[in-house]
Design a protein around this ligand. Structure first.
Ligand code: SF4
Length: 233
């Protein structure tokens, strides 16, 4: 077999594995209804606040912002840093997160007249670069914003994604964020609905079974070949 045919065959096998994983997860868990949030701005705020905390804490912070009538670009822009930090206190690391939210808002006002609609026409690669240039917004947050707030076909990678991919031999365990994202993006149809659901299902299986110490018994992916002792935090 030629090298190009072997690569093609390997790619098809990975695509089949990814499809099988998705089907098994969806059959077990059903639709996850991500991302929780009534507006595009709320989704972005949640994506920034959810770093290093659980979602219940984010919901409390978002409820505070809503009660104060500040859950809009204009509302957050007008708050001073200490007021914002106080409102988002339940989300933890509130001083740092207040700065991150302000960094995002300031960039939005400086470059896009404070209007999220002006970001809709920005090409996905450029928008990703813009988001990553904001201090405190990393790959996972940027891609969550792209996928869930702007409906762009970008696969979000997190620790759960990495664990499942490594433990199921889909990619080498030393692969980085970009390589993991590329694994999914290049072997799945470019479909925002699929990427949305797939990421949410990986989080679900990661929380319930594929933890730091894998609990394979009863996991929907148990019947697939896997190596649970690969550690990933
Ligand atoms: S818990 Fe085990 S079977 Fe489930 S995804 Fe992780 S390695 Fe696979």
């Amino acid at each position: 077999m030629s090298e190009s045919n072997a690569l093609l065959e390997a790619g098809e096998m990975i695509a089949e594995q990814l499809d099988e994983i998705y089907q098994l997860l969806f059959e077990r868990f059903g639709p996850q209804h991500w991302w929780p949030g009534e507006t595009q701005f709320e989704i972005i705020t949640g994506a920034i606040l959810t770093q290093n905390t659980n979602w219940a804490n984010v919901e409390k912070a978002i409820a505070n912002l809503k009660s104060a009538g500040c859950l809009t670009a204009e509302g957050l822009y007008r708050l001073d840093l200490s007021q914002l930090a106080e409102l988002i206190r339940p989300a933890g690391y509130y001083n740092i997160k207040a700065k991150r939210l302000k960094n995002f808002i300031n960039r939005l006002f400086d470059n896009y007249a404070g209007n999220l609609t002006n970001l809709e026409s920005v090409d996905t690669d450029k928008l990703r670069v813009e988001l990553l240039a904001i201090k405190g917004i990393g790959h996972e947050t940027a891609d969550s914003i792209l996928l869930y707030a702007f409906n762009r076909a970008v696969f979000v990678v997190d620790a759960y994604t990495a664990r499942v991919a490594f433990r199921h031999g889909l990619i080498e365990p030393d692969s980085d964020y970009e390589q993991l994202g590329e694994l999914f993006q290049s072997h799945l149809p470019s479909d925002t609905k699929l990427f949305n659901e797939y990421h949410a299902l990986l989080v679900k299986v990661g929380k319930e079974f594929c933890r730091r110490e894998a609990r394979c018994s009863g996991c929907p992916l148990e019947k697939l070949p896997h190596t649970p002792d690969i550690e990933y935090f």
